[in-house]
Design a protein around this ligand. Structure first.
Ligand SMILES: [Fe+2]
Length: 322
């Protein structure tokens, strides 16, 4: 993504330098008139979480959007880190792709094509997070259960810049996604941990389909990559605490005991409620999140209930140390 594509003047107004930052604290903001139909449509951006998260309302993503709306969505994403758009009924894959491309080029799957459960006749970039089965086989990935905190694709050189999920069917309860603000977590680090984070890199591992550290560690095949522990936000430069319980295994240069103790402290810190927002899904929700500056986890749910979400990502580059 070109820096010129981001409305940085607005974004600079968003950052308050504190541990918790929101685009427009406490105040919904109208971005209108939008569209050319009757000039009355208004998109509203509203903070939804204390730590991160904004919602856009008054927008129909089945329709193309004008430049001002796209700018406003980018600013909301940059400031809120998690952008929620509710009530997007019957959104087609091409609608979701158009939305993702507001934020950058579409990302490729990290998982090799031969190991994907998705059928070959769909877009190659699509992934389903789903417990649906056809002919006795899951048609998507990560079908069931709780999933620990992680960043998507941290175990490859170029993790996705953003991940976008569209809810086609969700359970009556559970299966929530909990997001954590890694910029806020970094800003609130105690001095001894910050010194280690600033100076160190960490090894991230993953085996496709794993939802807990035990599964990852017992898997026969893993992907892995070493990343900075303080990652710079690509547009603002703000540091993010780039570690997660599910996928971060080693601090380079520290032994297993010392490194493990530090990681345990970092995981406990970044998972504090003050940095989190829990998204309770409704059918028709479209959510895109900053995959460098947030972690996410999934709560458990009844496996007998239908849960089917469609995922695309926005491509990212190599990570820069803050
Ligand atoms: Fe994920």
């Amino acid at each position: 993504m070109d820096d010129n594509d981001i409305p940085t003047a607005k974004a600079e107004n968003l950052a308050n330098g504190g541990a918790i930052w929101l685009p427009w604290p406490g105040q919904p903001r109208d971005w209108g008139p939008m569209g050319e139909s009757d000039g009355s449509a208004m998109m509203k951006i509203t903070p939804i979480g204390g730590a991160l998260g904004v919602a856009a309302s008054g927008i129909d993503l089945k329709q193309p959007q004008d430049a001002a709306t796209v700018d406003a969505l980018r600013a909301a994403f940059q400031g809120g880190l998690v952008l929620v758009v509710r009530d997007q009924e019957d959104l087609l894959p091409e609608d979701q792709v158009r939305f993702c491309e507001f934020f950058g080029p579409l990302g490729a799957r990290a998982r090799p094509a031969a190991e994907r459960p998705e059928s070959a006749d769909g877009p190659p970039e699509v992934m389903f997070v789903s417990n649906r089965k056809e002919n006795g086989r899951y048609i998507g990935s990560l079908p069931e259960g709780e999933m620990q905190f992680h960043m998507d694709q941290c175990y490859v050189e170029r993790p996705a810049r953003a991940t976008c999920l569209y809810a086609i069917a969700v359970p009556d309860s559970g299966g929530d996604t909990i997001f954590g603000n890694l910029c806020a977590a970094y800003a609130a680090l105690p001095g001894d941990l910050r010194a280690i984070v600033d100076a160190s890199r960490a090894r991230h591992v993953f085996s496709y389909g794993s939802t807990s550290t035990d599964q990852v560690d017992q898997a026969p095949k893993i992907s892995e990559f070493i990343q900075p522990m303080a990652v710079a936000h690509p547009e603002t430069g703000r540091p993010a605490l780039y570690v997660s319980r599910l996928m971060t295994r080693e601090i380079m240069g520290l032994g297993p005991q010392a490194g493990g103790d530090v990681l345990d402290r970092l995981f406990a810190h970044q998972e504090c409620p003050e940095f989190l927002y829990t998204h309770k899904w409704r059918n028709g929700d479209l959510v895109i999140w900053d995959n460098l500056c947030t972690i996410h986890a999934r709560t458990d749910f009844d496996p007998k209930q239908d849960r089917h979400l469609r995922r695309f990502s926005v491509a990212g580059g190599p990570l820069a140390a803050a």
